[in-house]
Design a protein around this ligand. Structure first.
Ligand code: GDP
Ligand code: IMO
Ligand code: MG
Length: 432
């Protein structure tokens, strides 16, 4: 039995797509357990670059069954567009399974996401405006429509009627926006239903049966630990559970099925959207922040927004180790630091004269936390051709050792470039 969770240890965009693609060959299933098309995972496979939003990053391997679990929210229009794009690229998507219990993103969810951000003004969360928050709100308030509703026109219509009773009133009276008719939504969504139906499955049963048969399942996280609804920097978070527990609730698999939890972290850190960010660097021209943005290509895969960049924050990663029970750390984008003379690592915070070695539990302390840095020498050498740990210059090895000591878990892999082969495997034995 091998159930392995791979998730983001920071604020997302850690390179989860690359690492999933790298190890996916060993697996029978790759399962998304939360989020929706707010995610943007870049995979460079067989010489082509794919941007995946909703479909699991294992899609490139014909022997893998990609699964969208019950914890995800699905925009059927976006899903079908993504399927079409992959098929045009010569990748077969017929194996894709979608949980019957996954929730649907409806047109009004997207409107309400944008409207609520506009209402917040300079307090906005900076969401991807894909309707994620409003779709999870409806799930929690038991007003949501699920994938299985697409299979019964009568039920679908009744649920749309009930939802529009409330949504139209909000759209019209609170936001002065356009309203929807039951017919227009039913016409659109029931058209999508025809193409989606062959993919619908009881995915919890499928995965549990596979685990009992000793097949390997990779649970692919989206977003990151600090964007978790419960454990992240609330309210500047997403509306799902990107932490390890989400892999269980978002797929219907028990915690004892999980053998290993890999946390992916960049050798520095980025964040898209609003919210506190203690180690954030100024993005002024010629500064280190701008250097990381340019060298790291730090522009959002989903929205194209520039990502905010900062020094590696070991307090955050240690927090991710704790709340996820990480067994291993994977460090990506080490190559992006290669030109720097010295590199800072945040080892603790200071707030109101007190030192915090752990993430402060109160938002005010975290919002005003001043990073306490240790400065390490840079290596000033191109490392993109390194394939073993020993190939790295001493300063780069020391940097990884420093991170490893602070995280108190081993660094299993180190990525030194965007392509598959630009990776150092330290603690990964392929499946026998
Ligand atoms: P995800 O959302 O966690 O899958 O990450 P994204 O795909 O949104 O962003 C990570 C970006 O970094 C992508 O453009 C990757 O191709 C790229 N990337 C991943 N690992 C490395 C690495 O080690 N070095 C460099 N230079 N780029 C990397
Ligand atoms: P991947 O999977 C980085 C951020 C948004 C915003 C907050 C809430 O590529 O790592 P939402 O639309 O989810 O309600 O937005 O979360 N966010 C991400 N940031 N990577 C992501 O996904 C993200 N998905 C959402 O920018 O701050
Ligand atoms: Mg991303």
């Amino acid at each position: 039995m091998a159930g392995i969770v791979l998730l983001g240890a920071q604020w997302g965009d850690e390179g989860k797509g690359k690492i999933t693609d790298l190890i996916a060959d060993d697996f029978d299933y790759v399962v998304r357990f939360q989020g929706g098309n707010n995610a943007g995972h870049t995979v460079i496979h067989g010489g082509r670059t794919l941007k995946l939003h909703l479909i699991p990053s294992g899609i490139m391997y014909p022997h893998i069954t990609p699964v969208i679990g019950n914890g995800c929210v699905v925009d059927p229009k976006v899903l079908l567009e993504e399927i079409d794009r992959l098929e045009e690229d010569g990748l077969s998507t017929h194996r894709l399974l979608i949980s019957t219990n996954a929730h649907l993103i409806m047109p009004y969810h997207k409107d309400l996401d944008g409207a609520s951000e506009r209402r917040l003004g300079n307090q906005e969360i900076g969401t991807t405006r894909r309707g994620i928050g409003p779709a999870y709100m409806d799930k929690a308030s038991r007003m949501g429509l699920r994938i299985q509703d697409l299979t019964d026109e009568h039920i679908f219509r009744k649920k749309v009627e009930a939802a529009l009773d409330e949504k139209n009133a909000i759209l019209e009276r609170v936001y002065e926006m356009r309203t929807y008719t039951v017919d227009e939504i039913c016409d659109e969504y029931l058209r999508y239903a025809e193409r989606i139906k062959p993919h619908i499955a009881d995915t919890s049963q499928v995965i549990n049966t596979a685990l009992q048969a000793d097949q390997w399942i990779l649970f692919e996280g989206a977003q990151g630990t600090l964007l978790d609804l419960d454990h992240g920097t609330y309210p500047f978070v997403t509306s799902s559970s990107p932490t390890a527990g989400g892999a269980c609730t978002g797929t219907g698999v028990g915690p004892k099925r999980i053998d290993r939890v890999l946390g992916i972290a960049k050798a520095y850190i980025t964040r898209v959207g609003s919210g506190p960010f203690p180690t954030e660097l100024d993005s002024c021209p010629g500064g280190i922040g701008e250097h990381l943005t340019t060298k790291g290509g730090e522009f959002g895969t989903t929205t194209g927004r520039q990502r905010r960049c900062g020094w590696y924050d070991a307090v955050i990663v240690k927090y991710a180790v704790d709340v996820n029970g990480l067994t291993d750390l994977v460090i990506t984008k080490l190559d992006v630091l290669s030109e720097l003379d010295t590199i800072k690592v945040c080892v603790a915070y200071e707030y109101e004269g007190r030192r915090y070695n752990k993430l402060p539990s109160h938002q005010t302390a975290f919002h005003h936390a001043k990073p306490i840095y240790e400065e390490l020498p840079g290596w000033k050498t191109d490392i993109t051709d390194a394939r073993t740990f020993e190939d790295l210059p001493k300063e780069a090895r020391d940097y990884i050792a420093f991170i490893e000591d602070l995280a108190e878990v081993p660094v299993a892999m180190i990525a030194v470039g965007p392509s598959r082969e630009q990776t150092i495997m330290r603690r990964w034995e392929s499946r026998p």
